[in-house]
Structures are given as structure tokens and as C-alpha cells.
Design a protein around this ligand. Structure first.
Ligand SMILES: Nc1ncnc2c1ncn2[C@@H]1O[C@H](COP(=O)(O)OP(=O)(O)OP(=O)(O)O)[C@@H](O)[C@H]1O
Ligand SMILES: [Mg+2]
Length: 326
């Protein structure tokens, strides 16, 4: 499969282990696409809503709300998605309410995770198929799904195929097939795996990539290594730091120059920590590259307590620049 720019797609499924930066990468990609005139929908699934907060907008809930120029967000609720689906299938709203308010039915939705996933992806399919009134232009040019953390992540994407296999005929089979065809379509969809340059996240990303290649038919060609320590010092700086550390007189002079509150030993420690962290990151990125034969894009660790929209814009541009590099 030829590597394509993520922005040439209709649907990006951003996944990875918990806390690695899936939401950050999704928002960064949305900003990069919006800047190029695309209308983007950010989709999240789960009790806690992030996108509206990141963009300082009103909470979205199960309705699309504008959060920035050319960017909308929605927080999918499987139960609401199911009600909407039933409304398209059943002749009366009363009947829908009768079914959907039935406690047994509610229980079925809760205990059948595959079913919930299918309904949620079905809603994504529906959003992708929406067109502007009176035209063939898609309502959203690009839909970015901040998918659940790995583990659940894979099962989530296997569901439509599993339903197609399990159901022999009827509308549910046809609808599962539509969803499956969308998420497996190399012209429209890409899976993007996010990880960190650390021991466990790299191991998990490698396992996830293997599972995605072996078990999923979702097109997948990009791994984003997030939070990479920037290269602050080169090898000659490292040598200079070592030399300084071994020279007590020079250390003294430096401490005096620095004045109160900062001593040379502390400064050396900070420098050495930064060098060690960067070296460790390089080591884990090498391990990842050896195990996962995909394009990898590195995003720097940003030294901020809360990433600003400008920071996210910067990260988005790195992803796009790198993916356009042959
Ligand atoms: N490159 C970066 N530099 C600095 N901080 C970052 C970077 N990427 C993400 N963060 C911060 O790390 C935290 C986790 O990131 P994020 O919420 O994007 O991860 P996630 O994979 O979506 O987590 P979860 O699995 O909980 O949904 C956030 O506070 C985010 O601002
Ligand atoms: Mg998240």
C-alpha cells in the first residue's frame, strides 16, 4: 500500500495505550487539516470530554458543536447512537422509546460490548456519509476518531467484521458491512498508532502493530512517537560537561558566576539528565523501528503544563511535514 498523507483521508482512527497522547495527536491533526481548509470533525467516545475543553468551547455531548475555525467536536454516546439507529429502522418513535426504555434492552447494550462498539462505529459511518444539503460535498471532509486505549482498541475495530460473519442476512448485516467497508477502505481510512519513546509503551505499540497487521484489515502505515526529549546537547557538549564535572576549580568559578540559588553541580545534573533521557529515547525509538516496519514520526516533548492551541498547531505541522517527506 502506498503511504498517503493523513489529510488525504476521510477517516483517521487514532489509537494507542492510555496516556500516550492520542487526544493531543487527534487535536493536532485537526488543526493541520482545518488550516488547509478542510472541515474536520473530532470524535471522542467516553464519559470524560476533552476536545471542547482543549478548544475552550461549550461541552459537545452527543451533538456536533463548532470548537474552532473549520473544526467541530462530538462526544459519542453509544446508547444515544443506538436510539438514533432504531429511529431509522422502526416505523414509529413510540416503538423506539418502548424498546430503548426497556430495562432488559438497556442491560443488553451494557453487557454486549461488541454491540456497543458496532453502534458507535455505525454512528461514525453515518457522519462520514452525510452530505451538504443539495450537494454531493461531504458535511465533514475529515473525521478523526480518538479511539479507546489499546486493548479495547483492537476489539473495537474488529467488531463490524465479526458481525458480518455472525449475521447471515437482513439490515443489521448490511449495515455492519457498510461500517466494515468504510474502516477497511484504503482510499478513505487510516489507523494511526501513538506511543511514547519508553520501554513499556514501545513494547505495547509493537504488539498492537503486530495485532493490527495480523487481525485487522484496517489500513495502517503510521506510528507517532510522542513526547520525544529534544536534543539539547550534542556529543561535544556532553564531553564539555564531563570535563567541567571533573574540574573542582572550574566548578567553583561557575558557581560564583551563577550567584545564589543556582550551583554548578545542580546545573551539571540537569544537563546530564537531559542527555541521558535523550539517549534513552533514541534507544527505544530504535527498538520500535526494528520491531515495527512502518513510517514513524517523532513529536517533541513540549515543556508546558498545559499544551496551548499554538503548541498543538506546531505538533500538527510536524506530522504533516514529515508525512509529506518521501
Ligand atoms: N508532546 C507533548 N509534550 C508535552 N505534553 C504532552 C505531549 N503530548 C501530550 N502531552 C500531555 O500529556 C497528557 C496526556 O496526553 P493525552 O491526553 O493526549 O493522552 P491520551 O492518550 O489521549 O490519554 P488517555 O488514554 O487518557 O485518553 C496531557 O496532559 C497532554 O497535554
Ligand atoms: Mg485521550
Amino acid at each position: 500500500m502506498k503511504a498517503a498523507s493523513p489529510l488525504a483521508m476521510r477517516l483517521l482512527l487514532v489509537t494507542g495505550k492510555g496516556g500516550v497522547g492520542k487526544t493531543t495527536v487527534s487535536a493536532a491533526l485537526a488543526l493541520a487539516a482545518a488550516k488547509r481548509g478542510k472541515r474536520v470533525l473530532l470524535v471522542e467516545i467516553g464519559p470524560r470530554e476533552h476536545f471542547s475543553r482543549i478548544f475552550g468551547a461549550q461541552p459537545a455531548g452527543h451533538n456536533e458543536v463548532p470548537v474552532d475555525e473549520n473544526i467541530w467536536a462530538i462526544n459519542l454516546h453509544p446508547y444515544r447512537a443506538l436510539e438514533e439507529y432504531l429511529e431509522t429502522q422502526l416505523p414509529s418513535r413510540r416503538l423506539v422509546r418502548l424498546i430503548s426504555h426497556n430495562p432488559l434492552f438497556k442491560q443488553l447494550v451494557e453487557v454486549a460490548p461488541g454491540f456497543r462498539d458496532l453502534i458507535t462505529l455505525g454512528k461514525v459511518w453515518h457522519l462520514e456519509s452525510q452530505r451538504e444539503a443539495g450537494s454531493n460535498r461531504p458535511k465533514y471532509d475529515l473525521i478523526i476518531v480518538d479511539a479507546p486505549a489499546t486493548g479495547q482498541g483492537l476489539g473495537f475495530l474488529q467488531t463490524p467484521g465479526a458481525f458480518v460473519k455472525a449475521i447471515r442476512f437482513g439490515p443489521p448485516r448490511t449495515h455492519s458491512q457498510w461500517v466494515r467497508d468504510l474502516i477497511e477502505d484504503p482510499a478513505r481510512t487510516r489507523l494511526i498508532l501513538v506511543t511514547l519513546p519508553e520501554e513499556l509503551p514501545v513494547n505495547e505499540a509493537a504488539e498492537m502493530a503486530k495485532a493490527a497487521d495480523e487481525k485487522l484489515k484496517v489500513p495502517f502505515e503510521l506510528v507517532i512517537v510522542n513526547g520525544v526529549a529534544p536534543r539539547l546537547f550534542d556529543s561535544s557538549d556532553a564531553a564539555a560537561i564531563e570535563k567541567l564535572e571533573a574540574d573542582p576549580e572550574a566548578l567553583d568559578r561557575l558557581s560564583q558566576t551563577l550567584g545564589e540559588g543556582l550551583d554548578a553541580a545542580a546545573l551539571i545534573r540537569i544537563g546530564k539528565d537531559a542527555i541521558a533521557r535523550q539517549a534513552l529515547n533514541v534507544h527505544h525509538i530504535r527498538r520500535l523501528r526494528a520491531r515495527v516496519r512502518k513510517r514513524t514520526i517523532q513529536l517533541p516533548f513540549v515543556y508546558q503544563t498545559d499544551l496551548s492551541i499554538e503548541d498543538l498547531r506546531g505538533l500538527g505541522e510536524i506530522i504533516i511535514d514529515e508525512s509529506n517527506t518521501p
